[in-house]
Design a protein around this ligand. Sequence first.
Ligand SMILES: Nc1ncnc2c1ncn2[C@@H]1O[C@H](COP(=O)(O)OP(=O)(O)O)[C@@H](O)[C@H]1O
Ligand SMILES: [Mg+2]
Length: 229
Amino acid sequence: MEELILKAQNISRDYAIGRRKVRALEPVDVEVDAGQFWVVTGPSGSGKTTLLNLLSGFDRPTDGIVEFRGTSLASLSDFKVAQLRNESFGFIHQTPHLMSHKTVLENVALPFLYGAWIGSTKVYQRSCEMLEYVGMLELQNRYPATLSGGEMQRVVFARALVRDPEVIFADEPTGSLDADNSGRILKLLRQQSELGRSVIMVSHDADAVKYGSYRLSLFKSKNAVVGAI
Ligand SMILES: Nc1ncnc2c1ncn2[C@@H]1O[C@H](COP(=O)(O)OP(=O)(O)O)[C@@H](O)[C@H]1O
Ligand SMILES: [Mg+2]
């Protein structure tokens, strides 16, 4: 049975620049079920990052509704949305952002600093488990500056998974990686969708699109189009 996780109904986003209105995202309708791997494509400036920000509650649409498990994000306080982002969503960006003065393990455990308290043994176990999953357990005591770009992105991946999220948002996650490291990240994302998580990934790369199951194509000055891959 399909389980609806995220639903966007006719969402768009305008920005006011002085008196001018700039449309950052043309209307989008999309329904994301558990275990689906969505790839968002479109030219630069078509609103891909804006869309991810709206679906993940980081930004609010000018028009339309975003629902997570049937609850409109607009009905939630900023605090509740922040809690939802921390506990139910994982994030991977093009450039891996890690805290430079914290070790690999401490970076992965960071999401546990916020929200409901969890015993430190459990935090340690879960963080190590995720580092092992991405093949980085042996480097747990290293500092980010001593890692390669591919290794950093795997640490970010482990951090994105550490709170057992329902949705993984990835904005051009392979944009700064070579082919080997890209393939590794894409395989992990596909595996996560097979495990039942929803994945929403922005990508320019035709090879990366193949890893997904559904495609959402964005355009400038035209509504988005949905299709199977
Ligand atoms: N905070 C903002 N203020 C004004 N315009 C913005 C803002 N964020 C994005 N935009 C504009 O919205 C459009 C879509 O941006 P973005 O979602 O970053 O596109 P993409 O990720 O597809 O390259 C661009 O024209 C961009 O300049
Ligand atoms: Mg972008």
